[in-house]
Design a protein around this ligand. Structure first.
Ligand code: ZN
Length: 104
């Protein structure tokens, strides 16, 4: 998309449909540059990380730990950033409330 320098009309044509002036060349989209392509390749995808998980990094294992050995499960959950932050906070609060309740 080009923008006419004279009247501000946006068009893809060589000649401005608004005033008939020659349109300037459109700026290249930043996403098509080589630099951002390299960055996209370096960034690991979620699926690649998931495939390389060891058994103790699986969600179900952390959930089992949270149920049976909750301090271990809590540490694993936060260290591995297994669940969304909101879920981690809620799980931590719930477990701490149960733990406090069982002590008192
Ligand atoms: Zn124009």
């Amino acid at each position: 998309m080009r923008t006419c320098e004279y009247c501000g009309t946006k068009a893809d044509s060589e000649i401005c449909p608004g005033c008939g002036a020659r349109m300037p060349y459109a700026e290249e989209a930043p996403s098509k540059s080589e630099h951002s392509n390299v960055q996209a390749n370096v960034r690991p995808s979620y699926h690649n990380v998931y495939d390389k998980e060891k058994f103790y990094q699986k969600s179900w294992f952390i959930i089992l730990m949270l149920i049976f050995v909750w301090p271990v499960g809590l540490v694993m959950m936060w260290v591995q950033k297994k669940f969304p932050l909101a879920v981690r906070i809620i799980v931590t609060i719930v477990i701490l409330l149960i733990a406090i309740g069982s002590i008192v």
